[in-house]
Design a binder for this molecule. Structure first.
Ligand SMILES: Cc1cc2nc3c(=O)[nH]c(=O)nc-3n(C[C@H](O)[C@H](O)[C@H](O)COP(=O)(O)O)c2cc1C
Length: 366
């Protein structure tokens, strides 16, 4: 009789091997003050290398793709070189790490790109539709601005930017990349029915609104191989003021089209519509990483059961990985205490609230 698969068993994701099925979800930490990865970032990710797969914080594939202060890039040689210290540090601990490529689209502010040394750039999006709400900037929270609609030539250039950034990621030693198609950023803006009012091939029905996600994924797979490419999607989660009137139809079509690409994995943020998870699971023949719905991190150890019962192949944890660098060890020691993160230190600042969360072993010996 074969034994049941558990979250602590290894898994192959395309060309990558994860030593367990517990992934660190991507989390922006805004500590790359000149868009370059730092020695502190190398320490932070190496501390968390016990995860089967680390997905980095969102990384802009172009200057205009930067939506928040002090986020890192992968569009220049300096940035590529700086990431090498991170990938080397994680690999030295036996970990696996992919770069999340995040173009924030209309979520951004001219003062953010100005502070990053690129001059005040008006954020771009599918259509000149301002997102409700505010965005973090170097001078605090500010209202979103009306974005400039990308021209068709600029859309083609954006697709190329993602492919170039993916090549840079591999050159920097990453095991692969995760294309960020979720959480209200550029690709999700195109998928939505309220941010995308285009009447050309990139807007209108579900197929046209899905086109940018498909073309970015296609370009990235052509650049680095499908077996090193993952994609994150978040149907209907409403972030960044996105509305998706027809999300079941849109994601059904998108997932079945992308299924033919042979990607390393699909990373589903299920909170917007958990009822879709089984349907997407059935339509996706590759590995499914699930970021399960559930607000209370202390309940998150229950996520491991989703591996046992086959709901997903890998489960990802965000907040608990901030405050428990040895999260996998703690989860394996059933009932071990879990620390909660101080989210006032989530974005920006120094090593405090970043590198100083102890492991269980260091806590006990203290
Ligand atoms: C501080 C912080 C930063 C985040 N940044 C990103 C990001 O850069 N890219 C992304 O796809 N999701 C981001 N997320 C969402 C997480 O990946 C994850 O989906 C979310 O925290 C829910 O998982 P959890 O309940 O395990 O924390 C972020 C979440 C937090 C708490």
């Amino acid at each position: 009789m074969s034994e049941q698969t558990t979250a602590f068993d290894p898994i192959t994701l395309g060309s990558m091997t994860a030593r367990n099925r517990i992934a660190m979800a991507p989390m922006t930490r805004s500590r790359a003050y000149d868009t370059l990865a730092t020695a502190d970032m190398a320490t932070y990710y190496a501390q968390r290398a016990g995860a089967g797969l680390i997905v980095t914080e969102g990384i802009q594939p172009s200057m205009i793709g930067q939506g928040y202060p002090a986020t890192p890039g992968l569009h220049g040689a300096d940035q590529r070189r700086a990431w090498r210290q991170v990938t080397d540090a994680v690999h030295a601990e036996g970990g696996t790490i992919v770069a999340q490529l995040m173009h924030t689209g209309r979520i951004g502010h001219p003062s953010t790109t100005e502070a990053a040394g690129h001059g005040p750039l008006t954020p771009v999006g599918p259509s000149p539709v301002r997102a409700a709400g505010q965005v973090f900037t170097p001078t605090g929270l500010r209202d979103h601005v009306v974005p400039r609609a990308l021209t068709e030539d600029e859309i083609a250039a954006t697709v190329t930017d993602f492919a170039d950034a993916a090549r840079n990621a591999v050159a920097a030693g990453f095991d692969g990349v995760e294309v960020h198609g979720a959480n209200g950023y550029l690709l999700h803006q195109f998928l939505s029915t309220n941010a995308n009012l285009r009447t050309d091939a990139w807007g209108g029905g579900p197929r046209n609104r899905s086109r940018l996600t498909v073309e970015v994924v296609r370009a990235v797979t052509e650049a680095i191989g499908a077996d090193r490419t993952g994609l994150r999607l978040s149907p209907n989660n409403g972030l960044g003021d996105t509305a998706e009137e027809d999300h079941p139809t849109t994601y059904r079509g998108l997932v079945s089209e992308l299924d033919t690409f042979g990607l390393a994995y699909l990373h589903l943020v299920e909170a917007g519509d958990p009822a879709l998870t089984p349907e997407i699971r059935a339509a996706w023949s590759g590995a499914l990483l699930l970021n399960p719905a559930g607000a209370d991190p202390l309940e998150h150890p229950r996520r491991l059961a989703l591996i046992d019962d086959g709901t997903a192949d890998v489960v990802s944890f965000g907040r608990l990985f901030i405050s428990n660098p040895d999260l996998v060890t703690r989860l394996a020691a059933d009932g071990a205490p879990l620390a909660l993160p101080d989210l006032s230190k989530a974005y920006g600042g120094d090593h405090t609230g970043y590198l100083d969360y102890p492991t269980l072993v260091s806590t006990r010996s203290a």
